[in-house]
Design a protein around this ligand. Structure first.
Ligand code: NAD
Ligand code: UD1
Length: 338
């Protein structure tokens, strides 16, 4: 029996493949490489010394997906495949709804027709919106997302809840990720953004290797300790291990369970810059510029539920994240392209 991983060549997917293989699971991967490349999966094989099947497949392609289910014995799915750029989603809402929601609908239909009703879904802290108070708890009201990307996560959460209401044989875990950063300690896999990074850590690592001149910090006039935004950065390997716990959970029970995957600790942008400098003994020049539209001042998790019910807790600290992110970037200055 295998775990089917959609979007497994991506940043979080590739790290999760490593942890699953190392925990002894068999896996099958599908990815259309819209934001990744097969080399990431080859490196997963190299790290783990294990072989597995992967398919170039768009999850909206019903017959291709069905063929994968027929060719393999799939027990459960971890569903990472999706588009994730907030700014782009505002320019291309239809593409985001089509890919993320349309893709999920096809996947769920193919799962159902093949008798597979266990799924772990990559949701996001973005569903907490801007009206809740930190730390965010799973029971808080959602529904105030401010961009199509975030709204796709919210709708997919709703679709999965409805699937269970209609058929209580489904077993669903919704994982709300906070800010995944860092890389596998080997430096063989990591985050590989296209073009200018939108997110903080990949921007810092590109400054650190001289690909960008300096970091632009988006605002220092927020109501926080140093005026810069607070986020809950979580090492991608800790996050990946959270998925193993979620898979164990869906094997045991039906229902819909929601878990925050964060450390529960908030760090400011300046905290990240200072820790990165210290961990890597390198300077990161920066300039303070205006606020970025849509940013909230503070976002961090209450991570108690995942500890209590899944026995999962993030183990790595911000220094580990900064060191491992730098290790990946310096060994692969051009991502998987070198
Ligand atoms: P990623 O872009 O690196 O990985 C997503 C993968 O899905 C890519 O390999 C891409 O090629 C693939 N994909 C996209 N559409 C597809 C389709 N229609 N068919 C097949 N494959 C498709 O992103 P990531 O950072 O690894 O994120 C994984 C998941 O976690 C996404 O759903 C994302 O929205 C969610 N998430 C990410 C973050 C984050 O900060 N990275 C935070 C919260 C939630
Ligand atoms: C991003 C996503 C969000 C997603 C979250 C978790 C955007 C707009 N939002 O938000 O949907 O749920 O990741 O992965 O992409 N910063 C700078 N300079 C930079 C880059 C970032 O100062 O060059 C600041 C940002 O303004 C923010 C902080 O760093 O205050 C973190 O930014 P980022 O890494 O983009 O994460 P989120 O804002 O949490």
């Amino acid at each position: 029996m295998s775990i089917f991983i959609t979007g497994g060549a991506g940043y979080i997917g590739s790290h999760t493949c490593v942890e699953l293989l190392e925990a002894g699971y068999d896996i099958v991967v599908a990815d259309n490489y819209v934001n990744s490349c097969p080399e990431a999966l080859e490196r997963v094989k190299k790290i783990t010394g294990r072989d597995f099947k992967y398919y170039e497949c768009d999850i909206r392609d019903r017959s291709a997906l069905d063929k994968i289910f027929k060719e393999n014995s799939i027990e459960a799915v971890i569903h990472f495949a999706g588009l994730k750029a907030v700014g782009e989603s505002c320019q291309k809402p239809l593409e985001y709804y089509d890919n993320n929601i349309g893709g999920t609908l096809v996947l769920l239909d193919v799962m159902r027709s093949n008798g597979c009703k266990k799924i772990v879904f990559s949701s996001s802290a973005t569903v907490y919106g801007s009206e809740n108070k930190v730390p965010f708890v799973e029971t808080m009201k959602t529904g105030t997302t401010t961009n199509p990307y975030g709204t796709t996560k919210l709708y997919i959460e709703g679709i999965l809840k409805d699937m269970y209401l209609a058929d209580n044989e489904w077993s669903v875990v919704l994982l709300r990720y906070f800010n995944p950063v860092g890389a596998h300690k080997s430096g063989l896999i990591g985050e590989n953004p296209n073009g200018i990074p939108n997110n903080l850590m990949p921007y810092i690592t590109q400054v650190s290797v001289g690909k960008r001149e300096k970091l632009y910090i988006n605002g220092n006039d927020y109501p926080t300790k140093d005026g810069t935004c607070i986020r809950d950065y979580i090492h991608v390997v800790d996050l990946a291990i959270g998925h193993i716990k979620a898979v164990e959970h869906i094997m045991k029970k039906t229902g819909v369970d929601i878990y925050n995957l964060g450390t529960g600790i908030g760090y400011s942008v300046l905290d990240v810059v200072e820790t990165f400098k210290r961990a890597n003994n390198i300077d990161i020049p920066y300039e303070i510029v205006g606020r970025r539209a849509g940013d909230i001042a503070e976002c961090y998790a209450n991570a108690d539920k995942a500890l209590k019910e899944l026995g999962w807790k993030a183990e790595k600290n911000l220094e580990d994240m900064c060191r491992d992110a730098m290790n990946w970037q310096s060994k692969n200055p051009n991502g998987y392209g070198n």
